[in-house]
Design a protein around this ligand. Structure first.
Ligand code: AMP
Ligand code: MG
Length: 325
């Protein structure tokens, strides 16, 4: 079962396993093979580059504020009381990464579940699910350029091996062959992308017009991404894939107390939720780093050419729909 041409509108949303026909179940298993290969390839590249693999946590007092971010659309934040303390479900492992890479693990990655209750109106974007997984990685003393080089190597390795080892699966799933990206990828300032495409919808315009992945840089957003207060420029990036869109966001990070503190106040984010990070920064224990998070369902969605990334999930998490499993 090949995915329909991209121009055909998305009418049906991904269904749970128990509602799939035998042919749809076969297709699901085929996507599953690409998922397994992708996880093996990406984690091997990180391990081969000296990264340690940490396991994730699900509940913490401190998690990603996801604010301000031009791409955020959160309907509800989940907070629960345990042992007399309020904890939140993991929205990303960013705060844990900053602390862990500063104190004990200079190069780390975490395959981590992220819970983001996206607005139900995002059901048909094909790019949003309300539980997804990231390969969230961070490297002490790294620059943005170091991260670009690492990610480019990881993606070229992934696509080359997918085309070699899973050719028949890709032929079955995809409308056209999967092109091996040419590194290094182009780097473009967000302001230039807004000028070239629509200021509101530049992401879609960019994804439609490129043949190779593109790094979009200098995107104002959450406090932990590095901002040069002199120039007003942000040292951060998103990676866009052709005919798909964003698959990764990352940055060089803030590590100095004064800047972190000022930015949290500026964003009107609750300082109490970041008390530990602020304490460590004040004591000079936070270290410069850079990193990113790769959306696993998005990378596999791009590789398989599915219309909706929930098709890459055994138990789909389509915004607005709750299945029993
Ligand atoms: P962010 O830092 O918020 O951009 O998240 C990191 C990466 O996770 C993004 O680049 C996407 O690949 C992925 N991601 C973010 N939100 C979602 C979502 N709602 N559904 C699926 N993947 C997502
Ligand atoms: Mg992003």
């Amino acid at each position: 079962m090949t995915t329909p041409e991209p121009c055909v509108p998305l009418t049906e949303l991904p269904k749970p396993l128990d509602q799939l026909s035998p042919a749809e179940l076969e297709r699901k298993a085929c996507i599953g093979k690409v998922m397994t290969h992708t996880l093996q390839s990406l984690t091997s590249t990180f391990i081969g580059s000296g990264f340690q693999w940490l396991l994730p946590v699900a509940l913490s007092q401190s998690t990603d504020p996801l604010w301000p971010d031009p791409g955020a659309s959160i309907e509800k934040r989940i907070e629960v009381d345990i042992y007399g303390k309020v904890v939140r479900t993991t929205a990303s492992m960013i705060i844990h990464k900053l602390v862990a890479s500063s104190l004990a693990y200079p190069k780390l990655f975490i395959v981590s579940p992220n819970i983001r209750i996206e607005k139900a109106e995002r059901a048909k974007t094909g790019r949003h699910i309300y539980e997804f997984s990231q390969i969230d990685f961070e490297a002490r003393d790294a620059s943005s350029k170091d991260i670009f080089t690492l990610v480019e190597k990881a993606l070229v390795t992934l696509v080359t091996s997918l085309n070699k080892d899973l050719k028949s699966e890709l032929d079955t799933l995809r409308y056209e062959p999967l092109r091996v990206p040419t590194a290094p990828f182009k780097v473009v300032d967000k302001a230039d992308l807004e000028a070239e495409y629509d200021a509101d919808g530049w992401e879609a315009g960019l994804a439609e017009s490129i043949k190779d992945p593109v790094w979009a840089i200098n995107i104002p957003r959450e406090f932990y991404d590095f901002e040069d207060f002199q120039t007003g420029k942000w040292d951060n990036y998103d990676l866009f894939m052709p005919n798909f869109g964003e698959v990764l966001s990352g940055a060089k990070r803030e590590w100095e107390y004064d800047k972190i503190s000022k930015k949290i106040e500026r964003d009107q984010v609750n300082k109490e939720n970041y008390a530990l990070l602020l304490k460590l920064a004040k004591e000079g224990k936070t270290k410069p780093s850079a990193g990113a998070g790769i959306g696993i369902e998005r990378i596999v969605g791009w590789a398989t050419g599915v219309r909706h990334i929930a098709e890459t999930q055994p138990f789909p998490r389509v915004p607005g729909t709750v299945n029993e499993l």
